[in-house]
Design a binder for this molecule. Structure first.
Ligand SMILES: C[S@@+](CC[C@H](N)C(=O)[O-])C[C@H]1O[C@@H](n2cnc3c(N)ncnc32)[C@H](O)[C@@H]1O
Length: 389
């Protein structure tokens, strides 16, 4: 495909997404309908689509319309590329610009519009991030780095870097965690590599690993990952200490891949249903990696930024409080309750911890961590509470 034909494909896919189709689904069905497209074409089209989704608001202003064409036109203007080089009407490229499209774009009406943050959440976002709000929003407009976690049950950081390099995947250590690597070349090869298949490394953001570093894990502990999902944090915990590890999720289907992932990693994880959890002994440590706005990972999942509403966020906050309440009952006296989100909003982080502490006596605040996107990781928050024994 020519560069212009890839942009036309992005336009078609973006139109489907703007009509309500999920991005992954729209990309997959486009791939099925266009089997002639090679892997480089697919990767380039995907990049165009995700770039436009991250900057959907500002590109629509720059391109004069909230349409596939508008967003791609906006993306070219944002990158200082002459739109006529793409909108030429040649081959399978987009048709030439109309007179209306050729007019100069309007000025941005607000910081939120320029920085691609929805108006309703801008006050919460900018108050939470204070002086860093602009830098964080800008980071969310660009692509996320690819991070790996070295599985200490199978390898160490130096050996993993060497083994990955032999497969053409070049990495450097990441400062956020002693297990974290940043991939600088060959990121698309990871899932098919032997290093991945043999459990030497897992795909995991460095801040997600740093959250686990913050936990007071020690050999022999009985640990529950209360909101385990796919088990990213469970497996990271298993790599840190010889623990008796349990995983639970209100939606157990989300843990479907966990046994297979655990086997690859050489980790032992027991999944517990609601009933089993009710009968289980108390735990030394319960981690709640709660559902959240996802504001710390909007560059990986940009649709979430535009889909979220104040009503949805208020519901999420209620469920975060309920999870803290429920999980706190599973901690033994002297044990720990860790609360984590991939959000950068105070209303989901410090405010929730304070509200829990205001209502519950006997808990003390321990380690705390806060990572923000402009520093090169996903945005994450964690606080560890201890039940005074
Ligand atoms: C942020 S995700 C967890 C990600 C996971 N810890 C990881 O690192 O891969 C939050 C998870 O919480 C689960 N969840 C939602 N409400 C819950 C509840 N009341 N109790 C337990 N899990 C819940 C969701 O199904 C979802 O899988």
């Amino acid at each position: 495909m020519t560069p212009a034909a890839r942009q036309q494909a992005a336009i078609d896919i973006l139109d489907l997404i703007l009509d309500g189709e999920a991005a992954e689904k729209a990309l997959t069905s486009w791939g099925r309908r266009n089997r002639y497209a090679g892997s480089k074409d697919r990767a380039a089209v995907r990049d165009h689509v995700f770039t436009a989704l991250r900057c959907r608001r500002s590109f629509a202003v720059l391109g004069g319309a909230q349409t596939g064409r508008g967003l791609v036109l906006g993306s070219l203007r944002a990158a200082d590329i002459d739109p006529a080089t793409v909108f030429s009407g040649q081959g399978y490229g987009p048709a030439p610009l109309t007179e209306a499209e050729n007019t100069a774009p309007a000025a941005f009406a607000s910081d939120a519009e320029r920085l691609d943050i929805p108006d309703w959440i801008w006050p919460s976002f900018s108050n939470s991030l204070a002086d860093a709000a602009e830098a964080a929003a800008r980071a969310l407009q660009s692509r996320a780095p690819v991070h790996l976690r070295v599985n200490l049950l199978r390898s160490n950081r130096a050996d993993a870097i060497e083994a990955l390099a032999e497969e053409g995947i070049i990495c450097v250590p990441h400062a956020a965690s002693e297990t974290a690597l940043e991939v600088t070349l060959g990121g698309r090869k990871i899932r098919n590599s032997d290093c991945f298949a043999d459990g030497l490394v897992e795909l995991q953001d460095a801040a997600s690993q740093a959250v686990v570093d913050t936990l007071p894990l020690q050999d022999g502990m009985r640990v529950l990952d209360f909101c385990a999902g796919g088990g990213g944090k469970s497996l990271a915990m298993a790599g840190r200490a010889k623990i008796d590890l349990f995983a639970h999720d209100a939606n157990p289907i989300r843990m479907n891949d966990l046994p297979q992932r655990a086997q690859r990693a050489g980790a032992d994880v027991t999944c517990l249903s609601e009933d089993e959890l009710e009968k289980a002994e108390l735990f030394d440590l319960v981690l709640c990696d709660v559902p959240c706005s996802g504001s710390g990972s909007w560059r990986r999942a940009p649709e979430g930024k535009w889909r979220l509403t104040r009503e949805m966020l208020d519901e999420i906050r209620l469920s975060q409080r309920q999870i803290l309440e429920d999980a706190s009952k599973l901690v033994r006296p002297g044990g720990h309750l860790a609360y984590a989100t991939c959000s950068m909003l105070d209303e989901e982080n410090s405010v929730q911890i304070q509200s829990f502490l205001d209502k519950h006596e006997g808990w003390s605040r321990g380690n705390q961590g806060n990572w923000q996107v402009q520093a090169g990781t996903d945005g994450f928050f964690v606080t560890v509470l201890t039940l005074i024994g």
